[in-house]
Design a protein around this ligand. Sequence first.
Ligand code: NAD
Length: 315
Amino acid sequence: MRTLVTGAAGFIGSHLCERLLADGHTVRAIDSFTDYYPPESKRRNIAEFAGSPAFELLTLDLSTDKIDQALAGVDVVFHLAGQPGVRLSWADGFRSYAERNILATQRLLEATRRHALRRLVFSSSSSVYGNLVSYPTPETDLPRPYSPYGVTKLAAEHLCSAYAENFAIPAVSLRYFTVYGPRQRPDMAFHRLIEAGLGGPAFPAYGDGSAIRSFTFVDDVVEANMAAASAELAPGEVFNISGGSSVAMSEAYEIVSSLTGSPTKVDVFPPKSGDVQRTGGAVDKAERLLGWVPKTDIRTGLAAQVAWHRDIRGV
Ligand SMILES: NC(=O)c1ccc[n+]([C@@H]2O[C@H](COP(=O)([O-])OP(=O)(O)OC[C@H]3O[C@@H](n4cnc5c(N)ncnc54)[C@H](O)[C@@H]3O)[C@@H](O)[C@H]2O)c1
């Protein structure tokens, strides 16, 4: 297939590009290299395949630049570009969440109306659910985001279904539950935790370690995108992409310590606004309609991530 991957130089996007190229697909990549974390890290994410003849990089901003041309000849769009992270989405930080998550998605969807796509796969988030009480959470639970970030991801998801219903854009959304693995963003917990275990600064833990997260390995997320690109699906469908096993943060600290071979330095602070106590998604819909199940257990996935950290640190 001829694909367009937005947010291609990011953590998940770069893995997806790698997989698409390995499977013989062509990839047109869009990234604006935002400074949310160092753009050099993003350049490193794509360095190994940037020279491939099947890969084309367009450095442009979906919220401001013309994107029509980028869609020419494309069968499938994987839309991962966005402003991630819960904590900076309050106060003045909200502007970039509104622009990069809502406006960017609306502009992309508007442009897709002029092209015959087979599928648009949107990267949504478990943060659309907020502090819901049913676990594991099914897709049918009423989303009530607990952070402005979650509000913008839900707005983008609703835009996908509105364009699906009004203009038959074949858009579907995947709600990821905390993704981890090699190239994980430097603001994410496992990244900082592993760095702490390898001699970096102590890990600032917000909360007492009892918060439970469903962690999803990045290869499993890539697999879900591949399945969503080709499955027979009604436009506007939404799927949980959740790691299956839920782990308390305190347990994750122990696993990381055992993998790095030294006790992880953890500084404990009170929980921050917007952080939810528990995430865990029901994945039976993804299994039924996408044939997708998470395959990577937390220890195997973390071992791969620790190996990546050792590699970039040269330790
Ligand atoms: N990592 C997770 O645990 C997780 C969980 C749920 C949802 N998601 C979603 O998955 C997607 C990818 O997340 P990630 O962790 O790889 O983040 P990331 O920040 O590593 O990647 C996002 C990429 O999008 C680019 N970008 C941002 N705004 C853009 C714009 N307007 N135009 C073009 N490029 C733009 C950034 O430069 C970045 O390279 C995001 O949409 C995020 O909301 C991630």
